[in-house]
Design a protein around this ligand. Sequence first.
Ligand code: NDP
Length: 270
Amino acid sequence: MDAMNKPITDLRNPMDLSGKSAIVTGGNRGIGFGISTAFSQRGAQVAILCRNIEGGRRAADELRADGGKAIAVQCDITDAESVTNAVKTVWEEFGRVDVLVNNAGVSSLPKSLIEFSDDIHEFTDIVDVNLFGTVRMSLACAKRMADAGGGCIINIASVGGFLSNSAAFNQPMSGYQVSKAALLHLTKVLAVELDPCNIRVNCVAPGPTHTDLDELLSEEMRKGMSTRTCTRRFGAGLEIGSMCAYLASNEAAQIDGSVIAVDGGILVKG
Ligand code: NDP
């Protein structure tokens, strides 16, 4: 059995990520910043990849002020060249990357297909970020992880990937929901494809979580969504980060190809 694929024998340092390096796309704000914070507080060095480099630098400064080790690298995940360059920069800076969290994503206001103009860019633009951006980043990192002996990829989907109406609006958001549903299956397919390279691939599906996206919601919608959860509240970015840190840790060595909802129970309560 190789060194990276061993059962755990000790639980005294739970979710310890010291010595590991992680990339978090969209790690500058919202859920992504919760994930960056969780990794940093568990001892990993974190590379925040985002378009808004000023925002990325501010987030990295905040993690460093909290005792962490973090850098910000500009990256647009819809642009293959930008992805290749950003991943190369992180490898040069950290020497290796053990964990990739594909968190960056975009959403839209609800609209049914029949309301689209003849052009379906409102659908394809979202898929290009949420699905193809994840594929671009996974490809760029998996090749390098494989050469280094293995690693771990975590995709951030959504409860929207399970539902035919958005949890937020109770109306269709086809581009968003289809892109997130595709991530659920991409996770399973890549877990098997990348198994020979010693790369585990898992997925976290958040429910309603406090971020900038909240601004799209009226007070009434927010109340309605909270009522649909068992916990009667929105989640926090750090709660998504905590699950990602667990999945990236050695404790989760036997978890591969799984989709885990961190949704306050919205999927079971509805
Ligand atoms: P935010 O809108 O707060 O943040 C989106 C992040 O994605 C930003 O960091 C942004 O970077 C980055 N991003 C967007 N497009 C690109 C791109 N082309 N290239 C690089 N980075 C990009 O979103 P949330 O924090 O709410 O969501 C994070 C993830 O969680 C998304 O995948 C979302 O679908 C998912 N999710 C969110 C839920 C919620 O309730 N908030 C519920 C379920 C899932 P920049 O600042 O540079 O633009």
